[in-house]
Ligand binder design. Sequence first.
Ligand SMILES: [Zn+2]
Length: 306
Amino acid sequence: MSDKCNLIKDILPLYVEDMVSSDTREFVSEHLQYCAECHAEFERMRKATKFIPDADPDIDIVPLKRVKRDLFIKRLQTICFTAILACAIATIIFGILTSPKFFPYSDNLLNVIDVPDGSVIITFDSEVTGYSCNEVFDNETETAIYRINAWTTTWDLHLSNRGKQNMVIPFDRETEIQIFYAQNDGSEDVLIYGPNQNTEENGVTLPRLILMPYFLLAFLALVVLAILRMLLRNKQAIIVWIDRAIPFPISYMAAQLCTKGFNFTTYSSQRDFCIIILVAMLLYFTMLTGKSLYKAKLNTSKGIEE
Ligand SMILES: [Zn+2]
């Protein structure tokens, strides 16, 4: 077998897969025309590629096919990684832009109108783009107590049409009603409708603190998982599951810090919590795809070294 034949045989796997330049293709074709041995090898490879790709592990094209498949998977993973990361970032930005900024009470903020049928209508200033109302019944004074607040968001300020918001509190002849405006900044709620029964204080609407315990819980889970991982480092089967679980608390904490910073108080706990969970899920999948991408990269560089 000549040196040329050796060279041809080296190129053949690429030639069969049609992954060579036109010059090389010409060079190989020419050689195959007169060299029976190389031609036989070529036929063998061609059949193997066409009909039973992985039949003979000794055939050179098998690793080549694997490389091609790995490349495809890697490309797919990169696309997934980028798409999920982009979704996470978009959700964080959306969350920040739509987080409510509450208005402190002022005379212009709202108007309370008594309707002849007994219900009460509250009209807000045009700056207000959203409001919420919380109703509790005070058994002691037999009064229905409404606490309302009003807000706008960065999104609404710049991107949406502001409209006048109206709110109706229907008439109920059985009970007395009291309506407070909750300023949501730590200052006292303002009585805007109804008799002033409580002469001392109107009360202050306090922020919810639920984000703090959840954050601490996530941190605790992370510490426990890290300790477990250290203690059980010889048990490969458990380590796999721990490694899958560890990104959970990490993504939760990261999601909270990205959306709320170090502010653990919230006046809109449900909304904040939903956004944090959504971002946490997206970050979790970003971490998973990122991890397999990183692994694939390690494997490729290892393969090249070998
Ligand atoms: Zn030859």
